[in-house]
Each structure stands twice: as C-alpha cells, then as structure tokens.
Design a protein around this ligand. Sequence first.
Ligand code: ATP
Length: 228
Amino acid sequence: MISLKNVTFKWHKNDKKPTLRIAELAVKKGERIFLYGPSGSGKSTLLALLTGINTATSGDVYILNQCLNTQSNTKRDAFRADHIGTIFQNFNLLPYLTPIENVILGCQFSKVRQSQALKHATTLHKEAERLLNALGLIEQYHHKNVAQLSIGQQQRVAAARAFIGNPELIIADEPTSALDANNRESFITLLFEQALHLNSTLIFVSHDESLKPLFDRSIDLTHLQEQI
Ligand SMILES: Nc1ncnc2c1ncn2[C@@H]1O[C@H](COP(=O)(O)OP(=O)(O)OP(=O)(O)O)[C@@H](O)[C@H]1O
C-alpha cells in the first residue's frame, strides 16, 4: 500500500541536512497507523510526501504501486483526488456551505470517487447523508451552515468528506487535538468503523500518545529517521 525506500526530503536544495531521512517504511492495506514524534520532527512533511503535495529529494515514494516522485504535478493531483482522503487539524471546511455540501466536495474532483460513492447510494447527496449519520452527525445538523456547528460536529463532517467515494488511504493530521478525552476516543472508534468497512488504510498523526494502544501499529518518526 505504502512503500518508501531511501527517502530524503529537503525543503531547500541548499539545506545542509534533510528534514526527512527514511531508509524504509512499509504499510499494508487496511493497517491503522499511529504516527508520532516531537514538534518539528517532520510528521507533516512526511504526510505531504505521502499525499504527493511535495516530492522526495531522493529515493522513492510508492503509494498503491504508483511511484509518486516520477509523476507530473497534474498526475499527482489527480492521484490524490482519486485515492486519498484527508482530515486536517483545522478541518478546512467551507463555512458558508452545509455539512452535506462540504462532504460532496470530497469527491468533486474525482470521477473515480463519484462513481464509488454512487455504489452506496442513488445520489451523492444521499451518500453524504449516510456517511454523516455513520460518523455521528444527526440529521438536524445536515443542512445548517458548517460555521454554526461545534468543533466536534465539524470534525465529523471533515471525516465524512475524507471517506466519501472510498479512498484507499485516509490521512488524518492531528484531527482530535481540539477534543476532550471522551470525545477523542469515540471519534476514533467511528473513524475505525468506517476504515474497516471500506478497508481503507489509516495514517493518524497525533501528539497524544495515550491513543497508541487503539492502533494496529505506532511509528515514532524520530526512530524511523536514519542516516542514509
Ligand atoms: N514550508 C516550509 N518551508 C521550510 N521549512 C519548513 C516548511 N514546513 C516545515 N518546515 C520545517 O520542517 C521541519 C519539520 O516540520 P513539520 O511541520 O513536518 O514537523 P511536525 O512534526 O509536523 O511538527 P508539529 O508537531 O509541530 O506539527 C521543521 O524544522 C520546520 O521548520
């Protein structure tokens, strides 16, 4: 599913040391990975390589057997839209749209994800409703402006948007940092239910190491980094 070999990444070509040095990283389909490390260790930088937003300075990044660093920007953008759902720390929702409209945006740029979504429901609207319900946002909130929802409710919208159209890989960058402990665990449980249902691989970044035992595997980015 994910394979990195001898990867380095420098933000600027004159940087003395690379921000990332990873000799090897392999993640299997359906695995739920907890990625952690101190602030500035490169977690977000690694996620940007996995999503093809940035490309490795050297080495290879394979996602679903596609080598991202040899693809054009346009191909990588299309690959990301088709195969990767992302949940950001600040959710990146459009505040003047409803939850349903925000969720549908998740497959707006991908015919592949639209047709996958339409395997579950007759319209994208119905599929957005189904996912919002599955992630615990009850119907009375589906048509409000997102800006009127609580942080926990917005987070469910962001998760539903990531899952629409069954992307094989879900990347979550500190999605629970604004929640209290109880809400954090219940949100992760719902996230896992969806990931299991769709057999999606989940890469979850957090500073909260108490969440580790919930995952199949934890990766400490500081340990993963090596001189190569
Ligand atoms: N756009 C950028 N240009 C140059 N350097 C950057 C850029 N973004 C991040 N960095 C540097 O890369 C290093 C890793 O940053 P990154 O954001 O990946 O860490 P992180 O582990 O996600 O941190 P945090 O837990 O605080 O979010 C830091 O030294 C940071 O200053």
